[in-house]
Design a protein around this ligand. Structure first.
Ligand code: FPP
Length: 264
């Protein structure tokens, strides 16, 4: 379907990733792409490898997709790296996952600087292991003045917990007499979600065949276009990202209204 879409645009055969990137850039690129990176474990199992080998390979995919998103001119890339529910996994797997930000950032930081990429994080920093916090804080600080792509890691993140925290903040304001209950609107809630300074995701990608949100960005995804693929995260590549974007470009976002030509 993807090749067909691209051929329809040009009437010619698309062969290389560079050609696909150039072609997809002729149309609207989503400003914010959010990804649920699923299937590391299944990728490893298929190869009779331990689950952590899948996570390690998944980290390499993060690097590849970050580069491609940067080349495409995406403004924000939010990656679901560790959910509030992932603490339930075996201790050794959790420990391995908590070492990934260090591994990734230690080796990738010079390139992040070169590419003007800023590291950010959503989720609860305080309850992460101190070495994970240290790596994230170091990279966030080192890249804080970069003005290109925002690479936003969702670490120790849960969508419901985020909404609960926003409610608590609003209730505090009410208690202190700074806000009337009747004045609470969507903009007030927006102020207190962890992405308050970022645009809402235009496109959500989930890999590995599951078709659910798994507590990811529940507030922010209200009008986001969803795209699912059976490909496991370690096998996800630049062509897959371009395919997701080219499908996004065929979607008609109405935000509850009517299509342009139907409004007259
Ligand atoms: C879900 O797949 C994946 C995760 C819980 C971890 C995702 C983490 C990465 C891809 C690496 C992150 C990299 C950095 C730099 C932080 P799963 O293990 O649930 O797969 P399964 O459903 O096949 O078992």
């Amino acid at each position: 379907m993807f090749k067909k879409l691209l051929r329809k645009k040009t009437n010619s055969k698309v062969t290389t990733i560079n050609e696909s990137v150039d072609l997809v850039k002729e149309d609207k690129i989503p400003s914010h792409i959010a990804i649920i990176m699923d299937g590391n474990g299944r990728w490893a199992k298929k190869r009779a490898l331990p689950r952590i080998a899948g996570h390690h390979e998944g980290m390499k995919t993060v690097r590849k997709i970050t580069r491609c998103a940067c080349d495409l001119g995406v403004k924000v890339l939010t990656l679901y790296a560790f959910s509030t529910e992932n603490w339930k996994r075996p201790k050794s797997e959790v420990e391995f996952l908590m070492r990934l930000p260090e591994q990734f950032l230690n080796s990738f930081l010079p390139e992040l600087m070169e590419r003007n990429i800023r590291i950010e994080m959503i989720g609860v920093m305080e309850t992460l292991p101190s070495h994970t916090q240290k790596a994230l804080k170091y990279a966030m600080n080192a890249t804080k003045d970069n003005t290109g792509l925002v690479l936003n890691f969702a670490m120790n993140y849960g969508g419901r917990a985020e909404i609960v925290m926003a409610i608590q903040q609003l209730m505090k304001q009410v208690e202190e007499g700074e806000l009337a209950i009747d004045d609470i609107d969507e903009a007030c809630v927006n102020q207190y979600v962890m992405t308050s300074h970022l645009p809402e995701p235009d496109l959500l990608i989930r890999t590995s065949g599951e078709v659910r949100l798994s507590n990811f960005m529940l507030w922010q995804l209200a009008y986001t276009e969803l795209w699912f693929t059976d490909i496991h995260w370690p096998d996800f590549d630049e062509q897959c990202l371009v395919e997701a974007i080219s499908v996004y470009q065929t979607r008609n976002r109405r935000y509850g209204g009517l299509k342009g030509e139907e409004t007259n």
